[in-house]
Ligand binder design. Structure first.
Ligand code: ATP
Ligand code: MG
Length: 266
């Protein structure tokens, strides 16, 4: 079983062979997709006159500040728009894709963050209200497995349920790591708009989870979360986490063959 995180960054720019690649992999084994789409959420929010704010943690991880209105826009764009675009692309190419969020079947639960520690403009730490963001606490694989056993390919939006049944914005990369672990997947493949992690102007082709953790402070926004998610996936028992481009021929097959990508293992 392979979990594929498909970046919002690459949904519109996938290589022309990508969908045939997804189809042939789904004919050979079980596939689950988790997607992102932060930029699209930001664009739609801007069109609606709702300016988006981002905060940075002391560890250098950036995230959207999600108040109630933003949480609603996030849910609409992620599950109403991006999820359907991906499901539509897959269905058109003969994959029996079905879209869902972590809310459906209570598949993904998260703990609402009461307070967020962020770094302010002056570089000082401060605590702000957590809003509608969450840290994933559990993934119940039963609905996903039911779908897979019936030959469907789940496509999951990164929205989770809080203990109080609020809808929480969770990060797509980390959602993919948790889904992969809950499903006991062999691999999690992060398909994005660059070949992988670049350090000192070079593509890192292989690294251990310790090396990845050490590198985190040196990694820019976007990739930092992906590498963090890779370390979480490996720590939670997934054998291999791969970051690869969706803009190359047969992107997932190529990633699994370790061509021109970043492979993180224990
Ligand atoms: N050291 C780095 N190596 C490679 N890419 C980096 C690095 N630092 C920052 N990046 C940026 O990370 C981006 C990928 O992350 P980004 O979040 O934009 O895409 P995504 O995760 O595929 O999409 P989404 O967040 O919508 O799911 C790259 O396009 C690149 O600009
Ligand atoms: Mg991202």
């Amino acid at each position: 079983m392979i979990v594929i995180k498909i970046g919002g960054s690459v949904v519109d720019g996938l290589h022309q062979t990508a969908l045939a690649d997804f189809k042939s992999l789904s004919d050979k084994g079980k596939l689950v997709f988790v997607h992102g789409g932060g930029k699209e959420v930001t664009n739609t929010a801007n069109k609606m006159g709702k300016e988006q704010k981002f905060v940075v943690s002391p560890g250098g991880v950036r995230s959207r500040y999600t108040d109630k209105e933003t949480a609603e826009i996030y849910t609409m764009v992620m599950s109403g728009k991006i999820n359907k675009v991906i499901v539509g692309m897959l269905v058109r190419n003969g994959v029996r894709a079905v879209g869902l969020t972590g809310i459906d079947g209570a598949t993904m639960k998260a703990e609402r963050k009461k307070k967020l520690i962020v770094i302010n403009d002056k570089g000082r730490k401060m605590a702000i209200d957590g809003g509608y963001t969450g840290k994933i606490s559990s993934v119940d694989p039963s609905l996903i497995n039911t779908m897979l056993d019936s030959g469907y390919v789940p496509v999951i939006s990164p929205i989770a349920l809080s203990e109080e049944f609020d809808f929480l914005n969770v990060d797509g990369d980390r959602a993919a790591a948790y889904v992969a672990s809950a499903l006991k997947a062999d691999k999690v493949v992060f398909i994005t708009n660059v070949n992988g992690l670049i350090l000192n102007n070079k593509l890192v082709d292989r690294m251990t989870v310790e090396q990845a953790r050490d590198a985190l402070p040196k990694i820019g926004f976007g990739m930092e979360k992906k590498v963090l998610a890779c370390t979480e996936a490996i720590d939670m028992g997934v054998n291999e986490a791969i970051i690869a481009s969706g803009q190359v021929e047969n992107p997932v097959s190529s990633a699994i063959a370790h061509n021109n990508c970043t492979v993180i293992t224990k």
